[in-house]
Design a protein around this ligand. Structure first.
Ligand SMILES: Nc1ncnc2c1ncn2[C@@H]1O[C@H](COP(=O)(O)OP(=O)(O)OP(=O)(O)O)[C@@H](O)[C@H]1O
Ligand SMILES: [Mg+2]
Length: 351
């Protein structure tokens, strides 16, 4: 899919604007605090995801003119033509062609993938950073995934509370087990797709990188049995620590280069390349499974990549044929082979 037209009003620091976007690569260039990330956030909201920093919805409304309505709109073309509008009040209300649509239904129609500066530390960061990558891909591939993950999180909090209060744990286990098995099945499928996609990152990183889901369990093949057996095996630890040590909340995506973990044998710059390649692989997974080209939102993705790394990234991006919006605070070298937009104090103009 491609974003062909957008409109925003009263959104963060962005001045009201209607803009046409061509396909291909777009670079948003501007000083710190000019509104580059806010533009990506507008696209993020319009493609069915919430605010970037998990803030209150009200923070999306312009501070300088709080009385004004906050409104976003986009027209998408490509595999399908559709119009999306988002009204922002105490919550975000999205509409497709005039009718309300849930964000979980909107996301697969206009699949977007975002890469934030923190994702540069995907390889050496905590397992939670890598689970986030998997969860975002799963939320696109399996529309009820986000809901099931939310239900799982709620049941897990109930179990941990029951543990601390010395209450019976059987009831929460019955709720958790099928949800855990389902989430694991989705994550295994997503990890497989990411692994296959990595081969397409051609040149951005050395060949031979593999990714594998390491489940927070004993690792039995039958996922339901795995949950029950692991719970039994770790019951003493669970009682002693007061937190459930089994389940998707303990999963990790292990990234290896041959026999070694990438985090141990790659330089910082190469770990950055692997991190970007993992996002690109998610994009290929989306294209292959959903038969829709994703829109990529890349925030400061070129930071810390050397000249050669940037060149390779740009050539891989060009090859995908996807629409890409990338931000940078400094002029891009090598030359950007697409449109460049200047962002200044919430105003955006093509250069
Ligand atoms: N609700 C809001 N209303 C008005 N301004 C806001 C709101 N939320 C954030 N801002 C302002 O928007 C400005 C631009 O933020 P943004 O993160 O998009 O900048 P940026 O161009 O990405 O900068 P950097 O290069 O540092 O990442 C910030 O100065 C911030 O204070
Ligand atoms: Mg920014």
């Amino acid at each position: 899919m491609k974003i062909t037209l957008t409109q925003w009003e009263g959104f963060r620091n962005l001045k009201p604007r209607r803009l046409e976007w061509a396909e291909g690569l777009h670079l948003l260039l501007g000083p710190n605090g000019s509104g580059k990330t806010n533009i990506l956030e507008a696209f993020h909201v319009l493609t069915g995801w919430g605010s970037l920093k998990g803030e209150r919805v009200l923070d999306l409304k312009s501070w300088s003119d709080p009385g004004r309505g906050t409104f976003l709109a986009a027209w998408f073309t490509g595999e399908e033509e559709l119009e999306v509008k988002a009204g922002i009040g105490s919550r975000v209300i999205t509409k497709k062609g005039g009718s309300s649509i849930q964000s979980s239904q909107l996301r697969p129609l206009v699949p977007s993938l975002i890469f934030l500066p923190n994702d540069l530390s995907l390889v050496e960061g905590s397992p939670a950073t890598r689970r986030r990558l998997l969860d975002r891909l799963c939320a696109l591939l399996f529309p009820v995934y986000a809901l099931r993950l939310h239900e799982y999180g709620r049941a897990l909090r109930q179990r941990n509370a029951a543990l601390r209060q010395g209450k019976n744990l059987a009831a929460t286990a019955k709720v958790l087990a099928p949800l855990a098995a389902w989430i694991w099945a989705c994550r295994l499928a997503a990890a497989d797709l990411i692994r296959n996609g990595l081969s397409e990152a051609g040149g951005l990183m050395p060949p031979g990188i593999t990714v594998e889901l390491k489940r927070g369990s004993r690792g039995f093949e039958d996922l339901l049995l795995d949950f029950w057996e692991s719970l039994k095996a770790f019951q003493n630890q669970e009682r002693a620590t007061g937190v459930c040590p089994v389940g998707p909340q303990r999963d990790d995506l292990v990234i290896r280069y041959g026999e070694r973990e990438v985090v141990r044998c790659f330089s910082r710059g190469y770990r950055r390349r692997v991190a970007v390649s993992l996002l690109l692989s998610s994009g290929w997974a989306v294209e292959r499974k959903m038969r829709r080209k994703p829109v990529l939102l890349l925030d400061e993705v070129m930071a810390e990549l050397d000249h050669e790394g940037r060149e390779k990234l740009i050539s891989v991006l060009l090859k995908t044929g996807w629409q890409v919006f990338a931000t940078t605070a400094e002029a891009c070298t090598p030359e950007w082979p697409g449109r460049t937009w200047s962002v200044n104090a919430g105003r955006i103009e093509e250069r």
